[in-house]
Design a binder for this molecule. Sequence first.
Ligand code: PMP
Length: 417
Amino acid sequence: MTQTDLIARRERLLGPAYRLFYDEPAHFVRGEGVWLYDAAGEAYLDVYNNVASLGHCHPRVVAVITQQVNTLNTHTRYLHETILDCAETLLATLPDHIDRVMFTCSGSEANDLAVRIAEAYTGRTGIIVTELAYHGVTHAVSQMSPSLGEGVVRGPHIFTVPSPLSFAPEDRAAGFAQAMDEVIARMTRAGFPPALFICDTLFSSDGVISDPAGFLKPAVERVQAAGGLFVADEVQAGFGRTGEAMWGFQRHGLNPDLVSMGKPMGNGHPVAGVAMRAELIEQFGKKSRYFNTFGGNPVSSAAALAVLNVIADEGLITNAREVGAYLKDGLHMLSDHSDHVGEVRGTGLFFGVDIVTDGKPDGDRARQIVNYLRQHKVLISATGPHGNVLKIRPPLVFRPEHVDRLLAVLSAAVSNS
Ligand code: PMP
């Protein structure tokens, strides 16, 4: 079947809401480490996939999943050790006050549950998100995801703060805190005092905003002082991505009330969860039960436990820091040498690079660059309000030689654009 036939078949069977990457969509049949392979055996460098964070088909994760699938797969209504081993190992990576965890199948479900818990605890429904946030696909969290565009009807209880990118780095902490004060006052007047503020601690869909570390703290403290909870959405920033710590909120010195996580948690196996202070789940659990058919099953728990162990055993946080610093230097060099490469933001192995023309965001040029890279077998994407921010987010096992290859092709793409 040709590429065109496959695309037509996909559209006929799956409909138009699923979108493909690239002008010439890619079709892979196998993955290993940082490489994806097409049917002809051509290798593509994966500089985008934060789900297979340990590298595609990591042998230790594949082995524990295979072994557990061959042994037993049930659910959380039977006793089983692996979910508890996984919970203990996971909670040990979080601050002491975060001492309970519940498992789901997706980041969306984790955020959805976080909202229910926060509503039950505070008795409020007001929610604060950033203006281009993405928190998932359920009815409740899609409303908290303005980056999905106009197709999503937003309830009157959802309020947005401007993206931290609206403030210059030196004013970011104070400006974002003041914007938070304003939204808290506005929503309280409207009868929706905040139950929670949720943000992706690397602001991926807002255009990747990492610095200065600590800038989030005053704004989060404003929410907590107003009786709202802070949910750190670690679906993007968690599991060592920032190269500085296991969790993105740690580099901002925050004390979250709830921490949601997903994507890399099973290195491709669908497992996610939300961790929290004990009193929050105690309050929720008194009134409601929670059963998620697949969430926390023995196979998913084994996968998540293996991921945590591999991150520690292979020193992947340190690798993200060191290789990330090398990559960041290279991106800065590119920016110094090209008028079309603007600000470089990010940390660890997650970068956003502004593509500009005459200093203005240029989404078309960014799209050309992304497609040029795909033609030259390097996979990245673009994000941000104007679609002009290159999103560079490789597996954490990325090595300096992979950085060299990325930078060589990126530099040629920029010159050709
Ligand atoms: N939160 C953030 C910050 C995300 O990036 C995503 C996924 N892109 C989600 C939540 C939703 O996760 P999932 O797709 O697993 O439901």
